[in-house]
Design a protein around this ligand. Sequence first.
Ligand code: F6P
Length: 362
Amino acid sequence: SLRLGVLTGGGDCPGLNALIRGLVKRGTHEFGHEFVGIENGYMGLVEPDLTRPLTEEDTRGILPKGGTILGTSNRANPFIYAFREGTRWVERDVSDAVLRRCEELKLDGLVAVGGDGTLSIAHRLSEKGLKVVGCPKTIDNDLCGTDQTFGFDTARLIVTEALDRLHSTAESHDRVMLVEIMGRHAGFLTLESGLAGGADVILLPEIPYRVESIVEKLRARATRRRSFSIIAISEGAFPVGGTLAVLDRAEDVPGRGVVRLGGSGKVCADLLAQHIEAEIRVNVLGHLQRGGSPSAADRVLATRYGCGVLDLVRDGKWDHMVALRAGEIVAVPLSESRKERRVDPSGDLVRFAKSMGISFGD
Ligand code: F6P
């Protein structure tokens, strides 16, 4: 039996607690492992007093809970860790100290759960000799190594419900309703929830849009008695010849508050307003998309990842992460986690949507 550290890094997403529960339950029952919870991502291996025992008792009742009981952090990269020195912030490589801390904690290995940032740090720590295994997570579903990430299904449900609800006002007021959807540079969440929620126009980062083309679609709808339209727009979508709105976020600068307000929906609405007379409203769904209880599908996938990572530990597959490929849980080298995937503009979903009359603004 081993002593394993567990941390969750990067943005939270529904299913993280289900994963922790699966890991600790199987690890305890089948292997007799002992777990150490590391709080706030890698920060917990740099700052004092951020570790605690993680027993089965600690995981009771967490399966349906959103977020992560271990806390997380976006900025804690041990290779460029930010410290305050007087009034200034300085960045230092503290990766050696992280390795020493793992020794002090008597860890036989570390389980790192996170997106591409957290997993690529795990890979670099592994190159320095730390025994690490990874679990991928993101609502964006844009990691190459795995067919699906948990969190995506729940986010897709939330966005679909939002689109359903926004239909009421759009229809009653004959409005053009823009809904800005997360996913960073990938359009999977917008595409699938746009389809599920009956959007008339779907705008993705992978298909730069022409305003004229959207206007044409809106005018064609406006000739009908009910002339409302719903536009599902990715936060990373932008017009042909234009640039990305504010996506690469006022990058979290240590010591400064960061405001995230969305942007692509407003950019598109302002462009449309120059051509159409209809009332236009923009809704930025923001972090609602990541919150709350995971769907049943995400609970199952996260539990499979949590349990599956213990097979990697058993087989000595350090520097690997669990992944879903063709329905099976498999081990994939952590170095793969950096590769991102994007919506294929000529793939089935886009093709079928177009064949139904949905506009992509191209
Ligand atoms: O990667 C998940 C995600 O929710 C993206 O869809 C979004 O662009 C980003 O994280 C938001 O990050 P933050 O929570 O730091 O604002």
